[in-house]
Design a protein around this ligand. Structure first.
Ligand code: PMP
Length: 359
């Protein structure tokens, strides 16, 4: 392991923003549209709901189906159970990686990108190297590669990227990973990959299969629609899984209803296609609204859209919040931005009504 490093001289220059949870709490009254946490308001499948209800009767028992879920994932990905770790959402898996690698050296990340892992690593005195996005709002893989040196413990790649909704060119990402993972481990956060037309083509699961030093994090909180139940998994080399498991409670950290819901939902294509179709319809409504109102936006591969504001971001969040609409703001490239999660059509209409008043 690399030697432990001294604290960085200056605070890491990550873009400042509220967390999803803080943004939700910031709205003063009841919400008409909860569009700040990239949830999937179409919820879990009917099969998952049924499984949750059935599991309630036996909830005095410890959850026993983690093995079944791990095996299902292993079979689908062509890997072994030793490559897979489950936890209560992907957040605890990001925390495990932050603790393990953050104590060894620095984290290279994009900016803006999902800041959870680097921010947690920072608490272990890990220096954060924040690399600005390219002109088309994607992670700048070339610039990130140039930052890799003897002090680097981990490269964190969020693909598709939160908050921009952009996705990396698969061939480019795979070539980057094959090269860079020979020097340092790579953590790919694929929380939103299920929203892509061909998630398998975009995913780095194959890199794990080929034995590369790559970790892939997935979650049931987004397209699968049960963020409130908490299930996520990490796929990596078995020695990495052993190392990260030191920081985890283990399979008992996931409740029985959550594991049951995940078992019946995993790769349920009929449900996934239906949720995707509804998401795309709401996203098109938002694109049309923004165009009509004279706003640009970053074309999104995900269930959220980022667009540049024409007013102060904090004031925008407050004014929208007063109208029962919760969204998030960012500031980067000397520009104020709003990120809107894609909701149900009634939520998008509530957003539109508030937006035409506030903007
Ligand atoms: N990764 C990314 C990129 C996310 O946006 C989120 C949720 N906002 C997470 C991980 C964590 O989600 P969960 O713990 O619910 O899996």
């Amino acid at each position: 392991a690399a030697p432990r490093l001294a604290a960085p001289a200056a605070p890491a220059p990550l873009a400042e923003a509220l967390t999803d949870e803080q943004a939700l709490l910031a709205a003063p009254g009841p919400l008409n549209a909860r569009l700040s946490a990239n949830e999937n308001p179409f919820g879990p499948s009917d099969k998952a709901k049924q499984a949750i209800l059935e599991s309630v009767t036996s909830c005095y028992q410890y959850p026993m189906q983690s093995r079944e879920l791990i095996q299902k994932i292993a079979d689908y990905e062509g890997l072994t159970p030793a490559h897979i770790m489950l936890d209560a959402g992907s957040s605890p898996l990001l925390l495990a990686a932050a603790m393990h690698f953050g104590q060894q050296g620095g984290i290279i990340t994009g900016d803006p990108s999902y800041a959870d892992l680097p921010r947690k690593a920072e608490k272990f005195k890990s220096p954060i190297v924040a690399v600005p996005l390219t002109a088309d709002y994607k992670l700048d893989l070339d610039a990130m590669e140039k930052k890799v040196d003897a002090r680097t413990a981990l490269v964190y790649i969020c693909n598709p990227n939160n908050p921009t909704g952009t996705v990396l060119d698969a061939a480019k990402l795979k070539a980057f990973t094959a090269r860079v993972s020979q020097k340092v481990p790579i953590f790919v956060d694929e929380a939103y990959i299920d929203y892509l037309p061909d998630p398998r083509a975009a995913s780095l699961m194959d890199a794990v299969k080929q034995g590369q030093n790559v970790m892939v994090a997935r979650t049931f909180s987004k397209l699968y629609g049960f963020a409130g139940l908490r299930v996520g998994y990490l796929v990596a080399q078995p020695d990495t899984i052993v190392a990260l498991s030191k920081y985890a409670v283990g399979p008992m950290s996931i409740s029985a209803p959550a594991v049951r819901a995940a078992v019946v939902s995993f790769q349920d294509q009929a449900y996934m296609q239906d949720a995707l179709k509804k998401t795309l319809a709401s996203k098109q409504f938002l694109y049309d609204l923004l165009k009509r109102e004279g706003y640009d936006y970053i074309p999104s591969a995900t269930n959220f859209v980022m667009f540049p504001l024409k007013m102060d971001g904090k004031r925008f969040v407050e004014e929208m919040g007063k109208r029962g609409v919760s969204i998030r703001n960012w500031e980067f490239n000397n520009q104020q931005w709003c990120r809107v999660s894609i909701g149900r059509m009634d939520e998008m209409q509530a957003f539109a009504a508030a937006f035409t008043q506030v903007s």
